[in-house]
Design a protein around this ligand. Structure first.
Ligand SMILES: *Cc1c(COP(=O)(O)O)cnc(C)c1O
Length: 361
């Protein structure tokens, strides 16, 4: 059947996820394994969210509300945007796909950084786009070069901010310079999956940019801080016209009722998620300090994960950590040969990671 397949699909390199805990337990005959490889919230949902999930579970015989009415109203209020400016997705991954579906035709160009979030390239390739990949400078976006890469064929520029895997963010001034004189008919997609973790003053307020620009999408997710990765729910905020186009591109029931209920409950349980956020930021410091004590460089970053620069082969290092029951991400896959990416876990997980790392380097 391969010869009958859409050639764009044949070009897609399948996504390689972090190894599942159970697989590592089996493979290395380990009793206890920790996963610091997928930037998940290690604490899980709050009891209020769990209750909302249980309640919503009683009605799963019904189709969900395709318009995410309650969640949309609640979020729009909090973000100070109109409900019609929003689009919900099966994870923010789907919002990326919707933008491509709504705007990109065969042969159009899509600009992104290299390395960057793999979903940009996978979904763009599947959409038949020509990928224009602009190398990072160090670990940071080269926004001037990305702007220079825009041609009349460009439909979307993807800006992960902060990006994954780099963990770095583009500043307010950098983004302002990028948008200055930028074509008003090219979509700028700000992927802010980790925005809650940014503590820096010079991080851009992209929702404010939406007040004067119609070519911006801001995507966010419940998968990271809110710990709902397994339920798959994210959203995009855009100009009403763009949001309408993205909504036309989605399946009618793309977000489950359980996910909607959980997201709404999570938004309302502010104190629980604030505690998690504060603890994660504190633990990020603990891990970075621990790494420095081991003589390793780490990006302090703006996310719930960090990049660790090692002097040895990162693939061998990641493998050695696996044998000790610690799953991290080898960055060689992204072309960052001497880096491993480590998600910030619970205090005891972080301690175990630092101990294991000290033993294998
Ligand atoms: C995790 C992540 C997302 C969110 O993915 P979901 O589909 O919402 O789970 C989006 N962008 C980046 C850069 C990410 O790392």
């Amino acid at each position: 059947m391969k010869n009958r397949a859409n050639p764009n699909i044949l070009k897609v390199k399948p996504y390689v996820p972090g190894k599942p805990i159970e697989e590592v337990k089996r493979e290395f005959k380990l009793k206890s394994v920790i996963k610091l490889a997928s930037n998940e919230n290690p604490y899980g949902p709050s009891s209020k969210v769990l209750r909302a999930i249980a309640t919503a579970g009683r009605s799963v015989n019904r189709y969900p509300d395709g318009g995410c009415y309650e969640l949309r109203r609640e979020l729009a209020k909090r973000l100070d945007v109109k409900p019609e400016q929003m689009v919900f997705g099966c994870g923010s991954d789907e919002v990326i796909v919707l933008a491509l579906r709504a705007f990109v035709r065969e042969g159009d160009e899509v600009v992104m950084a290299k390395p960057s979030f793999l979903v940009y390239s996978i979904a763009s390739a599947a959409a038949g786009a020509r990928l224009v990949e602009v190398p990072l400078r160090g670990l940071c976006y080269d926004l001037p070069a990305m702007k220079a890469a825009v041609t009349p064929k460009t439909k979307i520029v993807f800006i992960g901010n902060p990006d994954n895997p780099s963990g770095q963010y583009s500043t307010k001034a950098e983004v302002a310079a990028f948008l200055d004189g930028f074509p008003s008919d090219v979509l700028v997609f700000f992927d802010e999956a980790y925005f809650e973790y940014v503590r820096a003053e010079d991080y851009p307020d992209t929702l404010a940019l939406l007040k004067s620009r119609r070519n911006i999408v801001v995507a966010r997710t419940f998968s990271k801080l809110y710990g709902l990765a397994g339920l798959r729910i994210g959203y995009g905020v855009a100009d009403v016209e763009v949001a309408d186009l993205l909504n036309r591109a989605r399946e009618p029931f793309n977000v489950t009722s359980v996910a909607q209920a959980a997201a709404l409950a999570a938004l309302k349980d502010r104190s629980y998620y604030k505690k998690i956020l504060d603890e994660t930021c504190r633990q990020r410091e603990v891990v970075c300090t621990g790494l420095q004590k081991l003589g390793l460089e780490c990006s302090r970053g703006a996310t719930n994960f960090i990049q660790v620069r090692t002097s040895q082969d990162s693939s061998a290092l990641a493998q050695a950590l696996l044998k000790k029951g610690v799953i991290v991400r080898d960055m060689a896959v992204w072309g960052l040969k001497n880096y491993i990416r480590v998600s910030i876990g619970t205090p005891s997980e972080n301690k175990r990671f630092l101990k294991a790392l000290g033993e294998v380097i």
